[in-house]
Design a binder for this molecule. Structure first.
Ligand SMILES: C[S@@+](CC[C@H](N)C(=O)[O-])C[C@H]1O[C@@H](n2cnc3c(N)ncnc32)[C@H](O)[C@@H]1O
Length: 182
């Protein structure tokens, strides 16, 4: 409760996240690695190069690292987050941290085999009533983020060499499925 913003739209603001990460040590949105491990281990190989979008102070990257995934690049637009997390994982070779907006990724083509997001789209879509029908602004934002992600897994001739996995969308689908089974 301590970190609840006055208005939901703050989840879109980097100032909100910077302030939160100054004191919050750790929080895992939607669930931790163990909730998604069965899904991820089916599709991600241990030597894949992985990009995590909007990493926050989640344990996902650290838990994946401990599970044997050692090429993990993390981005978040909060400089406070990146500074805290890069210090925390300074002794994990292969794990890197970059302050970057997901709409303007600075990686060259085909840099990654897998791109993962967990609740980052959620922050972007916070003002929407339904994830299935979003405003033109949110649609543009997500289009920009997915285009950037797409470029990071396409080679120079436009052939996809990797995949983008949304744990948020997986969460929506499985929650909805469980709800309709009750
Ligand atoms: C709801 S939190 C999720 C954090 C983490 N992925 C997790 O699952 O616990 C959303 C995160 O996305 C980051 N974020 C929001 N918009 C972003 C953007 N445009 N570019 C980069 N990071 C962004 C925020 O700073 C925050 O860390």
């Amino acid at each position: 409760m301590e970190y609840l913003p006055d208005k939901n739209s703050s989840y879109k603001d980097v100032a909100y996240w910077d302030e939160r990460y100054r004191t919050e040590k750790h929080y895992d949105w939607l669930g931790s690695f163990s909730s998604f491990q069965h899904l991820l281990e089916n599709v991600i190989k241990k030597d894949d190069s992985i990009l995590i979008l909007g990493c926050g102070n989640s344990s996902l990257s650290g838990d994946m690292y401990n599970a044997g995934y050692h090429a993990i690049t993390n981005v978040d637009y909060s400089s406070v987050c990146i500074s805290v997390m890069s210090a925390k994982y300074s002794s994990s070779p292969g794990m890197t941290w970059h302050q970057m907006d997901v709409r303007q990724l600075a990686f060259s083509d085909a840099s990654f085999d897998v791109i993962l997001e967990k609740a980052t789209l959620d922050a972007i879509m916070v003002e929407e009533k339904s994830p299935w029908e979003v405003s033109p602004e949110t649609s543009t934002f997500i289009h920009q983020a997915l285009t950037e992600a797409g470029n990071s897994i396409l080679n120079s001739t436009g052939v996809p060499l990797g995949c983008v996995l949304s744990l948020l969308m997986y969460y929506f689908y499985t929650s909805n499925y469980k709800a309709t089974q009750l």
